[in-house]
Design a binder for this molecule. Structure first.
Ligand code: HEC
Length: 99
């Protein structure tokens, strides 16, 4: 218990961020299936098309993500909607080379 309190107090100092997933249809299913191994940050920093999310979710299911077959499309739709190529949760700072 003491250790947990220490950990919770120390993590923000160490720069660890615990983001929340944006609200929407499929959020609960994503949390149930993906939080076993990932924090929201890993999901929120992606910029994948629906096709790429399909491949990723299928790969994760092979690795043990507990996505119910009936929820698979809901999960993919949620991820593709929020964390697609136009993902607004990950600001990209790009700088032309040489400038
Ligand atoms: C059983 C553990 C486990 C679960 C559950 C899991 N993942 Fe993963 N995931 C991994 C591992 C391990 C990696 C690291 C693979 C690597 O280094 O490329 C990973 C990597 C990823 C990546 C990084 C890109 C890639 O393809 O490697 C994404 C995106 C991802 N997972 C999404 C998800 C989503 C979405 C879910 C829920 C549907 C999920 N994961 C559930 C184990 C898991």
């Amino acid at each position: 218990m003491t250790f947990l309190a220490f950990l919770l107090a120390a993590l923000p100092t160490l720069g660890t961020q615990f983001k929340q997933l944006p609200a929407g249809k499929g959020k609960a299913q994503v949390e149930a299936a993906c939080y076993a191994c990932h924090s929201a940050d890993l999901l929120a920093q992606q910029r994948l098309t629906a096709k790429q999310w399909t491949a990723t979710v299928e790969k994760m299911m092979k690795w043990g993500a507990a996505v119910q077959p009936a929820d698979k499309q809901v999960v993919i739709d949620y991820l593709a909607k929020h964390f697609g190529p136009a993902n607004k949760f990950t600001p990209t700072a790009t700088k032309p080379v040489g400038k």
